[in-house]
Design a protein around this ligand. Structure first.
Ligand SMILES: NC(=O)c1ccc[n+]([C@@H]2O[C@H](COP(=O)([O-])OP(=O)(O)OC[C@H]3O[C@@H](n4cnc5c(N)ncnc54)[C@H](OP(=O)(O)O)[C@@H]3O)[C@@H](O)[C@H]2O)c1
Length: 259
C-alpha cells in the first residue's frame, strides 16, 4: 500500500514511516522539509497520487490559542480536499484521549475541531486518540514548575511509548477505516504527580514534586479520570520504568562528550 504520513518527520511520524516500510509498504514522509506543506498546500497533490491512506500526525508550531486552531483547521481542510481529489480511501488522524474533557485549553479545542472536520467529510476515516507519550512527562513537569517546585494533581495517568503509538498507527492505517474513534494507551496507570517524581529522580533532577489536588495539568483543571482512556482501549506493551531506565542510561554519557 502507498501510505502518506503527513508530519512524517516528527516524533511519531518518523517512527511510523520506518514501521510501515519494514512491513513492505510504500510510506511517504510528507512535511515542509520534504516539500509537502499542509498549510500552503504545496506538494500535496503530487504526494497523494495513488495513495490508499493518509495519516495525519502533524503538530502546530505554535500552541497559542488562535494559531493552533488556525493550524489544525487549515491543515485538515487542505488534506481532506486533496484526498478527495486523489481518491484516497482512508484518512487516519492522531488525537488525544479525553480531548472533550480538556477544552479549557485552546490546543484541545483545536484538536476537537480537527476531529469534527474529519467526521463531517465524505472520506472514510479512523481517529486514533492516544494518551500522553512517555517523552512528554518531563515537559509536563517543566510546564508545572514554579520556584523550583513542580506542583501536579494526583490525577490518573496512563502514558505510552511513542514506539507503541507508531505501532498502533501502522496497524490502523493498514486496516479498513473504522469510521469512528479508537483509544490507545499504556499498559499501566499511575498518578501524575508520582510519575513526574519518578521521571525527575531518574534524571537526577533535584526539583521537588508536590501533590496538589488543585494544581492544573498544563493549565487545565482535571478530574481524577480526565486523562485516562475507557476500559476497551488498545494497550501498548512498553513499561514506563523500562523506558526511563533506557533513556536515562544515555544521558550521562552525552553530558561527558567534549563541547
Ligand atoms: N505529546 C503527546 O503526549 C501527545 C499525545 C497524544 C496525541 N498527540 C498528538 O500527536 C501528534 C503528533 O505529535 P508529535 O509529538 O509526533 O509531533 P512533532 O514531533 O512536533 O511533529 C510534528 C510534525 O508535523 C510537521 N508539520 C508541521 N507543520 C506542517 C505543515 N504545515 N505541513 C506538513 N507537516 C507539518 C512537522 O514537520 P517539521 O518538523 O518539518 O516542522 C513534523 O513532522 C500531534 O497532533 C499531537 O496532538 C500528542
Amino acid at each position: 500500500m502507498k501510505i502518506v504520513v503527513v508530519g512524517g518527520t516528527g516524533l511519531i511520524g518518523s517512527k511510523l514511516v520506518n514501521k510501515l516500510r519494514e512491513r513492505g509498504h510504500e510510506a511517504v514522509a510528507a512535511a515542509p522539509n520534504t516539500g509537502v506543506n499542509s498549510i500552503t498546500g504545496e506538494g500535496l497533490a503530487d504526494a497523494l497520487k495513488g495513495a490508499s491512506a493518509v495519516v495525519d500526525v502533524t503538530n502546530s508550531p505554535s500552541w497559542e490559542d488562535a494559531a493552533v486552531l488556525k493550524f489544525f483547521e487549515t491543515s485538515t481542510r487542505n488534506l481532506l480536499a486533496s484526498e478527495t481529489g486523489a481518491g484516497v480511501g482512508h484518512q487516519v488522524a492522531l488525537s488525544v484521549v479525553g480531548t472533550e474533557r480538556l477544552l479549557e485549553s485552546g490546543f484541545f479545542r483545536a484538536k476537537l475541531a480537527q476531529e469534527n472536520l474529519i467526521k463531517a467529510s465524505s472520506i472514510p476515516y479512523s481517529i486514533v486518540r492516544a494518551t500522553q507519550f512517555f517523552e512528554f512527562v518531563k515537559q509536563i513537569a517543566d510546564f508545572s514548575t514554579m520556584d523550583n517546585q513542580v506542583r501536579l494533581p494526583p490525577a490518573l495517568f496512563q502514558p505510552m511509548a511513542a514506539d507503541d503509538v507508531a505501532n498502533a498507527m501502522a496497524r490502523i492505517a493498514t486496516n479498513p477505516p473504522v469510521n469512528g474513534t479508537v483509544e490507545i494507551g499504556g499498559p499501566e496507570k499511575f498518578r501524575l504527580d508520582e510519575l513526574a517524581r519518578l521521571d525527575l529522580a531518574a534524571r537526577q533532577d533535584p526539583r521537588e514534586v508536590i501533590s496538589d489536588p488543585h494544581a492544573r495539568y498544563v493549565g487545565i483543571a482535571v478530574s481524577e479520570r480526565a486523562l485516562v482512556p475507557d476500559d476497551n482501549a488498545q494497550l501498548g506493551e512498553a513499561h514506563f520504568k523500562d523506558w526511563l531506565n533506557e533513556s536515562t542510561k544515555q544521558a550521562p554519557k552525552a553530558a561527558q562528550q567534549p563541547a
